[in-house]
Design a protein around this ligand. Structure first.
Ligand code: F6P
Length: 365
């Protein structure tokens, strides 16, 4: 029987996941004693009864590198250490099913696991590794908030989508002499907002790393819209908040803070601007999941291919407990423990923020 390598995609999907899966399968096909299987919806597929796994051979992955999403599904809820169970009264609690999962993997002759995911998924990887699982991580996040790798696939595609959207909003803002607010993703980190604001030429960029003062935002807008003429654009990250406020949540009913759903930062900003006396006409666009869907751009497909090939070679080299990464432009490996230690946040003293300020972009500070 061939050795099996299990692949799982966890957390929010992002463009490039399928390109990683394809690269893993293609590289593994060069080894005669390995085969790849996928767990459906992160590790849930292993824990479900009956198990939900998918054979990933060359035929299964043919042409998938151009497709968004993940052919093996994903989830950003639960997981082997936090499996949600509802009791008879309807209350939810969480069970640790990790040991059971490892037993199931042994039964399936799984000799190694490749877990493709962001911060939350790599925390699960680390816990499984500490329990003796032969696991390798592949970083994924459209938010670009993972430390220990210079970048991940998915983020550039999201920036491209956000920039294209801003380009479109600029023409309608100009025609109507309006202020347009565009909300982009980014819970803790404002990378998408910052990149799109520079690339698309916004007047204001509000990010989680810098709390905004509404008066400062108004000052900037008033330089652009005078007596109902002119226009302006604000890009706001979903995790941005005002000086005296916290993040704006759509749904808080979750025991796990990272599962609480953000939402409404854009509409809150509109209300704040109106209450503070801004008279310009305002329209709001929430970009939401459009940033995560669709085809990965070419550079994301290439990075995803590199990550996939390297991840399988890490399996062959028994480099477990490690995550593939790009550091100073070079493909390398880092310990998963190190990768999850901290977030990659926008450095407010960085060259990029300086560039934005020099272009006249206000951060509301
Ligand atoms: O972490 C990636 C991300 O896209 C965040 O930017 C966003 O807050 C979250 O996922 C949205 O998750 P969901 O798909 O559950 O709405």
């Amino acid at each position: 029987m061939k050795n099996r390598c299990l692949v799982a995609t966890g957390g929010g999907d992002c463009p490039g996941l399928n390109a990683v899966i394809r690269a893993i399968v293609k590289r593994a096909s060069l080894e005669k004693d390995w085969e790849i299987i996928g767990s459906i919806d992160a590790f849930n597929g292993i824990l479900h009864d009956p198990m939900e796994i998918k054979e990933l051979d060359l035929q299964a992955v043919a042409g998938i590198h151009v497709r968004g999403g993940t052919i093996i599904g994903t989830t950003n809820k639960g997981g082997p250490f936090n499996w949600p169970v509802q009791d008879k009264k309807g209350d939810w609690h969480y069970e640790d099913r990790s040991a059971e999962m490892l037993r199931k993997l042994e039964f399936l002759n799984v000799k190694a696991v490749i877990n493709i995911g962001g911060d939350g998924s790599q925390r699960i990887s680390q816990q499984l590794y500490e329990m003796g699982c032969n696991i390798v991580g592949v970083p994924k996040t459209i938010d670009n908030d993972l430390a220990a790798t210079d970048t991940t696939f998915g983020f550039p595609t999201a920036v491209e989508i956000a920039t294209e959207s801003l380009d479109k909003l600029v023409t309608t803002a100009a025609s109507h002499h309006r202020l347009l607010i565009m909300e982009v993703m980014g819970r803790e980190a404002g990378w998408i907002a910052l990149h799109a604001a520079i690339a698309g030429g916004a007047e204001v960029c509000l990010i989680p790393e810098i709390k905004y003062d509404i008066e400062k935002v108004i000052q900037r807008i008033n330089k652009r819209i005078i007596n109902g003429r002119g226009f302006a654009n604000i890009v706001i990250a979903e995790g941005a908040s005002p000086l005296q406020g916290r993040m704006s949540y759509q749904e808080m009913n979750s025991d796990i803070p990272e599962n609480a759903r953000l939402g409404g930062a854009d509409f809150r900003l509109m209300r704040e601007l109106q209450e503070a006396g801004l008279t310009a006409e305002i329209r709001v666009t929430t970009l939401g999941h459009l940033q995560r869907g669709g085809k990965p751009i070419a550079s994301d497909r290439i990075l995803a291919a590199q990550f996939g090939v390297k991840a399988f070679e890490m399996v062959l080299d028994k480099e477990f407990g490690k995550m593939v990464a790009i550091c100073n432009g070079k493909l390398t490996t880092v310990s998963i423990a190190e990768a999850i230690e901290q977030y990659n946040l926008v450095d407010i003293d960085s060259d990029l923020v300086h560039t934005a300020r020099s272009l006249g972009i206000s951060f509301g500070d």
